[in-house]
Design a protein around this ligand. Sequence first.
Ligand code: MN
Ligand code: MN
Length: 271
Amino acid sequence: MIFGIPFDGTSSYRKGSSLAPNAVRQAYVNLESYDLYHGIDFTQVKICDLGDLFESEDVKEVVDSVRQIVTLIRSDGKVPIMMGGEHSITVGSIGCFKESTMIIIDAHSDFRDEYMGNPLNHACVTRRSLEILGSDRIFSVGTRSVSRDEFESEEFRKVRFFYSDEVSEKGIQWVIDEIEQRAGPSIYFSIDMDGIDPAFAPGVGTPEPFGLPDRDVRALLRHFAPRIEGFDILEFTPVHDNGNTSMLAAKLIQEFIGSRELSRHKAHSNR
Ligand code: MN
Ligand code: MN
């Protein structure tokens, strides 16, 4: 169940992520409907796009609405795929996944207690999520931008941050193994597009060099997809794109759906 939340009210640097959902849709229709890797024909898969669901300038209102929308989708037994918009909206969604493990792709720690006077700013998402999920339940991959205050806070140790340099030195399989040791059966997966290297994803609000290769993000997604019960993809801004970021976002959504479908088919044939 796909939906867009075109909200960029707390963006601090380059705006435009409110235009993202439609740019991703435009890219998506250019993808082949057959998935070579997973052997899935997407014309046979039940995918529903609800369109863009909520527009408001008030972040609290948006976060509350996201929580309500995701609650409805989950109570219907569906998997929500949310297209942002900026990262602040994840706080609404994660409120519906209190028992889950959270995996975040992000260049930034997003660990400020408040930013520009607002605790719901996109720079505070991981901190808010920690308050909802508790210690040792959040794994953030691709970190390379942290303030000293955030780094020195006691709370910072309660989230496992995999620094971008650490990932490139030890490899993505090592990251998967580390997360696998502690992850529960239900996973929420949040992709802030700036976690990926700007060479692959230039169209983001706050680009950071030396990021994750696109294939590393795909490897994580493929590995955990069978257990992912909620997914979002955010912080993409078409205004600064050369066309590659929208295509990558569309492809990651399709990868997620393909991986999940394959695992469903396997579960079915094993019965
Ligand atoms: Mn973020
Ligand atoms: Mn970020």
